[in-house]
Design a protein around this ligand. Structure first.
Ligand SMILES: Nc1ncnc2c1ncn2[C@@H]1O[C@H](COP(=O)(O)OP(=O)(O)OP(=O)(O)O)[C@@H](O)[C@H]1O
Ligand SMILES: [Mg+2]
Length: 290
């Protein structure tokens, strides 16, 4: 097993996250086969692919919910393949879920606090430490972070609302807030704009860009909205049947005939082609919403 190079190893040439030859099988189903790619620090990297391609499985493997059958995952140069999910979250891998996983009966604020809480309770020593003298400082720091997040995501007006009363778009935003409360170095978003209308999508696109610009967070996202993917991403990884069939800058992926072919079976190839060609520019400045 490789030893860690620790925090100083994060040079520009080294990816912040490196997925190498990852294979994941569920019984007879091979959800991932030899998947490899890197996420550069400060980048927005998108994983795309038809339904069932293995995108969520890949996310679950990176965040530690699934253990790969073979292959490795490195974060900041350290092999994290055998590190449990809560520990990975604590190390700086924060995420949201494809199907919203908020506590619907709880308020927005309480849901956001949970992100931080989960972060703290990862081991008993942390919990003891938390109960000790550092508790008050920690609570203040936490409040400060929560306030910054609420302000940043423009959800102040709903902070005391139960999540169940919110629109889908706002719930997705609260999920992002909770992921940010974990103070991630890499924010992993599984379909951040799925089911959103155009205005909500534009808002989310702006938040993703701002998270990187203002918070210095690296973003790894799974997304079906091609306009958004092509507009926001520095690097795009295309999965099909659990394999990487193309990757590179958006222009390279867009021009790759393999990518169009992969979507042939998904029933919406014309729509996808149109989207790829148009590569609709998403207005990111305020007031640009239609
Ligand atoms: N927990 C599981 N047990 C068994 N099979 C699974 C499990 N999770 C995923 N799979 C299978 O792995 C394959 C990839 O599924 P996955 O959810 O990763 O695809 P996806 O790319 O995220 O699709 P979508 O775009 O619909 O979200 C599918 O064949 C799926 O049925
Ligand atoms: Mg999925």
């Amino acid at each position: 097993m490789e030893t860690t190079l620790a925090h100083g190893a994060n040079s520009a040439a080294q990816p912040l996250l490196q997925v190498d030859s990852v294979t994941l099988a569920f019984g007879g189903v091979r959800a991932l086969s030899g998947v490899g790619f890197g996420v550069q620090p400060g980048s927005i990297t998108a994983v795309i692919g038809p339904n069932g391609a293995g995108k969520t499985s890949l996310f679950n493997t990176i965040s530690g919910f699934y253990r790969p059958t073979s292959g490795s995952i490195r974060f900041r140069g350290q092999d994290i393949t055998r590190i449990p999910a809560p520990q990975r979250a604590k190390m700086g891998l924060g995420r949201s879920f494809q199907n919203i996983a908020l506590f619907r009966g709880m308020t927005v604020l309480d849901n956001i606090k949970l992100g931080r809480h989960a972060h703290l309770k990862t081991n008993v020593f942390d919990a003891l430490f938390y109960m000790g003298r550092a508790r008050r400082e920690e609570a203040e720091l936490r409040r400060d972070i929560e306030e910054r997040i609420i302000d940043f995501l423009e959800i102040d007006h709903i902070r005391h609302a139960p999540v169940s009363a919110l629109s889908y778009g706002l719930q997705k935003r609260v999920e992002m807030a909770r992921a940010l409360a974990m103070q991630p170095e890499i924010l992993m978003l599984d379909e951040p704009v799925a089911g959103m209308n155009r205005e909500e999508t534009e808002d989310m696109a702006r938040f993703i860009l701002d998270v990187r610009a203002e918070w210095g967070v690296t973003v790894l996202m799974v997304e079906h909205d091609m306009g958004m993917v092509m507009d926001l991403s520095d690097h795009v990884v295309v999965l099909n049947f659990g394999q990487v069939i193309s990757q590179g800058v958006p222009a390279v992926v867009q021009a790759d005939p393999e990518v169009n072919r992969a979507y042939l079976g998904s029933g919406n190839v014309d729509e996808l082609r149109a989207k790829l060609r148009a590569a609709a520019r998403i207005p990111t400045s305020a007031g640009a919403a239609a």
